[in-house]
Design a protein around this ligand. Sequence first.
Ligand SMILES: *Cc1c(COP(=O)(O)O)cnc(C)c1O
Length: 388
Amino acid sequence: MKTIPYGRHSIDSNDINAVLEILNSDFLTQGPAVKIFENNIEQYCNVRSAIVVSNATNALYLSCLALGVGAGDYVWTTAITFVASANCALYCGAAIDFVDIDSRSFNISVDSLRNKLIDAKQKNKLPKVLVVVHFTGEPCLMAEIWNLSQEFGFKIIEDASHAIGAEYYGKKVGSSEMSDLTVFSFHPVKIITTAEGGAITTNSSELAEKLRLLRSHGITNDRSKMLIRPNHEVWNYQQISLGFNFRMNDVQAALGTSQLSKIEEFLRKRNAIADVYDARLEPLPLKLQCRNKDFKSSHHLYVVRFDYSRTEKKQKDIYSNLKKKGIEVNLHYIPVYRQPYFESLGFKVGYCPQAELYFHEAITLPIFPALTFDNQMHIISALEEALK
Ligand SMILES: *Cc1c(COP(=O)(O)O)cnc(C)c1O
């Protein structure tokens, strides 16, 4: 049997035709496809503005810049996430710090957050921005986090790289109702793909305008934004801030629109796979993720934790066992502060106790729309075998 990856894109002939249409058109980049994709995201998420960019890492960076993050500021995120959720702060010259996770949802712990905020207030080191991550596609407790942001005066970026299509009390993640900005990733392992790509959603027209400028060199061709220059000079555009080229191109955007039109089908399949795992893995010596019944996960990842009170098997042995059978299990994630680069910034082993426990117990099982029932049964029986 071919190896089974932990995640994989689903591309069909409609996607291919959408891309071909752009390749045969007048604009490969800076054409109409980008705006169309943005409008589709706005409608899907029920949000005022969507700004698509080259990838979610740059989306997070621009989000921090738009919120004014800079030297002397603190940005906080959860300990269990991809490194990009933390690096955005460092790009801006700010300091990063980590909040421990909830042992059951694997998302940021609201209790740890509150305690850390109380402590930081006394030390005059409150964060300017909190990056919350809807880990695996399970929404964070946004109302609680929003209330803390009002009490302690910080901004919120939702890193929803896992979570396009997820719902919080019936509202789509990305509606940005309880945050300043939400970031999506369209990397091929995520829910929908543009090969590389990302998006930022916001209800603030001021932030949207800043983000559009930052995405494209800080250049505007809007007369009302330009400085007055001598009348005889030709000024068809002006650079009015320091921006980047973090644009998404039209080939990617057309693929994105095509992918987004199939998102309900992708989510339905992911949900069905998660249901099968939930039912079949229940009797094994595992701790399954507790998902909130009032939310809807997008099931980007299916993570289980080994319950060492019920099995003697070692995490590493179970890993290699499954890998030998062609199952590309993974670990999402090593606590970010344990990465050598972050250790070089001064973070120490044991900094977030729940994240460390998680690190030694977790494994990511394959989940993606095209995963067949037979393959899933193969994965489940291999895991049963490995745990015996
Ligand atoms: C994938 C991912 C990113 C980065 O996405 P890119 O589009 O690859 O830059 C950021 N944060 C999280 C949580 C992710 O899973």
